[in-house]
Write a protein that binds this ligand. Structure first.
Ligand SMILES: [Ca+2]
Length: 486
């Protein structure tokens, strides 16, 4: 090949990479090792274990209700799992509510509405929530994450929770049963109360081996139970690490049951272009040091799309540094509705009943059906004790990442196609707003909303925000339905 031609080919490759937004392939270079994980502790006697573990736990307070139903406070707890301020808590002890307060062991108070911390991600199927301190995580110590093999029947455990608001309450217990299938539940004889939800379960080495949880999987009715750490690791891998949670991808999967060892690299992905290979152990992403697969999942939530991020990893005893440029995911949901076939408004079905949460409307016979111009309570059959379902299509003006919100008194849920986007279930006032994100292509997408009202005040609204679209109530002009469909 002539030198001139070679030059031209390199130049056109560069131009192409700029157009498609891909990073130029970066070769990993050797660098200084990342700081080692904290050493494993020897088993500690009771008082020393308490002193070691107590600063790793946090208390949570959620203010719920409204003027019509009365206010009440729900309590829960959580555990610091990374020194950057990441906290593991129970989804059911952090969802809903209009004010969220966190107390650290030293009495420091963090208010979510004042940006003291945020709810980074939730996985309701695994009853798991990931929180992050927004201010002053500097100097916090985080729990070493254990495995299911780190505890067995007959061994001592330490539980820290917040029963009845008695902050940082410590129970000592003994593992009496371990459920190996369908959830790996850990049972112990301690007296666990509602305020303990999301609380820490430590072994005698001070390693986090579970999360206190009264709401159990599989419909079994046990009390005094913790969800085992391996079940939480699985939830992290299946739900929180799922790249559909983010609007970018790296093309990387890591082991969730220990150090973040790379188990899969997708061909032509940003990770592959950055020279990361199966077997490498990810040790740092951006400024976040990674000692465990769960840390890697936390770090994913701190990434900005289309900005190169430094990655440090270990290979054959050496540490290397490279850069990945997260790629925008192109799997936007395809529209289904056809412009000319839709009529304005949504199909609305009206139900009467007394529910404290959304019923299975599909199994109920509606009292009536009508078409409504927009989402609201125009079809309400009475002031109390009723439910409504809305079905039709919503017009999305442009491709991108869309956030849907419902504000409802009482509960509501919103689906796009078969995907549940907003979960705003249960009794609460309309000050409660919940939201969810979905990637959509321009066009008409199937929309479904379920709503119920038990007593007191009642209201329902749907809002949307997205590319070049400020958060706003969805106008009737963006809604359509098939006249034949119910
Ligand atoms: Ca109400």
């Amino acid at each position: 090949m002539y030198p001139r031609m070679k030059h031209l080919i390199v130049a056109s490759a560069l131009a192409l990479s700029v157009l498609t937004g891909h990073a130029i392939a970066a070769s990993p270079r050797r660098c200084a090792p990342v700081r080692k994980p904290p050493p494993r502790q020897s088993p500690m006697p009771g008082a020393r274990l308490e002193r070691f573990c107590a600063p790793l736990a946090v208390d949570l307070l959620v203010y719920k209700g409204g003027q019509s139903q009365g206010f009440h406070v729900e309590r829960g707890a959580g555990t610091l799992i990374h020194e950057n301020g990441y906290i593991l808590a129970a989804y059911h002890a952090t969802s809903g509510g209009h004010m969220h307060i966190m107390f650290m062991h030293d009495g420091k108070k963090l208010d979510k509405t004042k940006r003291g911390f945020r709810i980074v991600a939730t996985a309701s199927d695994y009853d798991t929530a990931l929180l992050k301190m927004e201010v002053g995580p500097h100097g916090v110590r985080a729990a070493r994450l254990g495995r299911d093999t780190d505890t067995g029947v007959g061994q001592k455990v330490l539980l820290i929770g917040n029963p009845g608001g008695k902050s940082h309450t410590i129970h000592h217990g003994v593992v009496t049963y371990m459920h190996e299938e369908g959830g790996r539940l850990l049972f112990d004889k301690t007296d666990v109360n509602p305020g303990d939800s999301g609380g820490s379960t430590f072994n005698t080495r001070g390693e986090l081996i579970g999360m206190v949880q009264l709401k159990l999987f599989g419909g079994q009715n046990y009390t005094g139970a913790s969800v085992h750490i391996d079940r939480l690791r699985m939830g992290f891998a299946k739900v929180l690490a799922d790249e559909t949670n983010h609007d970018y991808k790296l093309g990387l999967t890591v082991d969730m049951y220990g150090p973040a060892k790379v188990t899969r690299v997708t061909a032509d992905s940003p990770a592959a272009e950055a020279g990361i290979k199966v077997g490498d152990v990810i040790r740092q992403l951006g400024d976040m040091v990674i000692d465990d697969g769960m840390h890697y999942v936390c770090a994913l939530y701190d990434i900005d799309c289309a900005r190169p991020r430094s990655v440090k990893f270990e290979r054959n005893g050496e540490t290397y540094k490279t850069f990945v440029t997260p790629q925008t995911t192109s799997d936007l949901r395809e529209p289904e509705g056809v412009e000319g076939e839709l009529k304005p408004g949504l199909n609305c079905a009206v139900y009467k009943g007394r529910w404290g949460k959304l019923p299975d409307f599909a199994s109920l016979e509606p009292e009536g059906r009508m078409v409504v111009r927009k989402v609201g309570l125009r079809a309400a059959p009475s002031k109390d004790k009723f439910g409504l379902t809305f079905k039709g299509y919503i017009r999305i003006p442009r491709d991108g990442r869309w956030t849907f919100y419902t504000r409802s008194d009482d509960g509501s849920k919103l689906w796009i196609g078969n995907q549940l986007v907003v979960d705003n279930n249960y009794m609460h006032s309309a000050t409660i707003e919940q939201s969810g994100i979905i990637l959509l292509k321009k066009g008409w997408h199937p929309l479904k909303i379920h709503y119920f009202e038990l007593v007191g005040k009642e209201s329902l609204s749907m809002l949307i925000a997205g590319p070049q679209t400020q958060k706003q109530e969805v106008p009737g002009t963006a809604l359509g339905h098939r006249p034949s469909a119910q």
